[in-house]
Design a protein around this ligand. Structure first.
Ligand SMILES: Cc1ncc(COP(=O)(O)O)c(C=O)c1O
Length: 369
């Protein structure tokens, strides 16, 4: 037997575990990781090149440790799109919202502390909790995948977690959490501990509803986390950010690595933020394609969870893994998130979505033959 992880003196809670990751298979149509299917427009690629060339001239120096220009531009973007004033001192940025979440758990979670999420939800919340030594509590969700407020409040009162995650729109189910529910859970979390409430808005630009940024005023224990990986079509950039009370921004700086955001990352993100208007036009296209997927899947007889995101959860399957395989056999990769009876498809280009719909239509036809 070859030498493996478990032969090393790794932490007990990591033994026997596998790393996070969707299968990366080489198939013609990949609709499994909620990426934006549209490459960045050429004028933006040119602008990135210019900005990066400029930054390259100073790579002998460490980058701006506090990423002030980037945080200022992110604050402007939030102010413009959420209709609520946000200042640079309210914003913090890191390498993807996964790193934002990790910094939050390093700051407010950690050994002897716990975090809760309402599952099924974004599984990295629990995995980052484990990586930071934070105990993870799997909170309940209703049969229809909405958060059952009474059950969620009960779980918070019982476990008194230090961090509460609310993902809206939720991944993998797609549905948004009403603002009243977020407010009620915030109150419940303050009464129980008080604890930090992290609203993960990775998909908010695709939502029918508004961002919850406007709830930040007067709620210093509330954090909204965002990403440029989805709406901005820049998953490869690795840029996530949060908005919160300035004290939260000060607090996460206690755990961030110095110079965690490279000068190249900052330059690229700044270029992308100069092109928000163009990038957000793709969001409108993707929302229309998402709605088409919902309508066509329903017309084919599938159950579909309401979606406010750039993906759609559909079912129900007796064996979702077998259904995943059948779709894959037709050249389309969707995601089996381990939610029994359900699969998730990301809204791609119209041609990719057609390929997916042809595949499921073909499966239905075969079943009824
Ligand atoms: C709900 C949610 N939050 C955060 C992320 C992480 O995004 P990133 O680290 O690319 O910013 C994802 C990615 O799929 C997600 O689904």
């Amino acid at each position: 037997m070859s030498f493996g992880i478990d032969d090393l003196p790794v932490r007990d809670e990591l033994r026997g575990k596998s790393p996070y990751g969707a299968p990366q298979l080489d198939v013609p149509v990949r609709l499994n990781t909620n990426e934006n299917p549209y490459p960045l427009p050429e004028p933006l690629v040119e602008r990135i090149t210019e900005r990066v060339r400029q930054a390259a001239r100073h790579l002998n120096r460490y980058p701006d440790r506090d990423a002030v220009e980037l945080r200022t531009r992110l604050a402007e973007y939030l102010t413009k799109t959420a209709g609520h004033p946000v200042a640079a001192e309210n914003v913090w940025a890191a390498n993807g919202s996964n790193e934002v979440i990790q910094q939050l758990l390093q700051t407010f979670g950690g050994p002897g502390r716990t975090a809760i999420g309402f599952e099924p939800s974004y599984s990295m919340h629990g995995l980052i909790a484990r990586g930071t030594g934070t105990g993870w509590i799997s909170g309940p969700r209703g049969e229809d995948f909405t958060i059952d407020l009474a059950a969620a409040e009960k779980a918070i009162a019982e476990h008194r977690p230090d961090v509460v995650f609310i993902t809206t729109p939720n991944n993998p189910t797609g549905n948004a959490v009403p603002p009243e529910t977020v407010l009620a859970l915030y109150e419940a979390a303050q009464a129980a501990k008080p604890s930090m409430v992290v609203v993960d808005e990775a998909y908010i630009e695709f939502s029918h509803g508004d961002s919850l940024l406007r709830l930040l005023d007067g709620r210093p224990n509330l954090v909204v986390s965002r990403t440029m990986s989805k709406a901005f079509g820049a998953a490869g950039l690795r840029l996530g950010y949060l908005a919160a009370h300035p004290a939260v921004v000060d607090a996460v700086q206690l755990v961030r690595l110095p110079y965690h955001l490279s000068a190249i990352t900052q330059a690229t993100a700044l270029a992308a933020l100069e092109h928000t208007d163009t990038l957000l036009k793709y969001v409108e296209r993707l929302k229309a394609e998402r709605d088409r997927l919902v309508a066509e899947l329903r017309a084919l007889g599938y159950d579909v969870t309401e979606s406010d995101a750039n993906f759609v959860q559909f079912g129900r399957f007796e064996d979702s893994h077998a259904a995943w395989r059948e779709i894959l056999d037709r050249g389309v990769l969707v995601r089996d998130n381990g939610v029994p009876g359900w699969l998730r498809v990301t809204a791609g280009t119209p041609a990719e979505n057609d390929a997916f719909l042809d595949a499921v239509r073909d499966i239905k036809k075969e079943q009824s033959a």
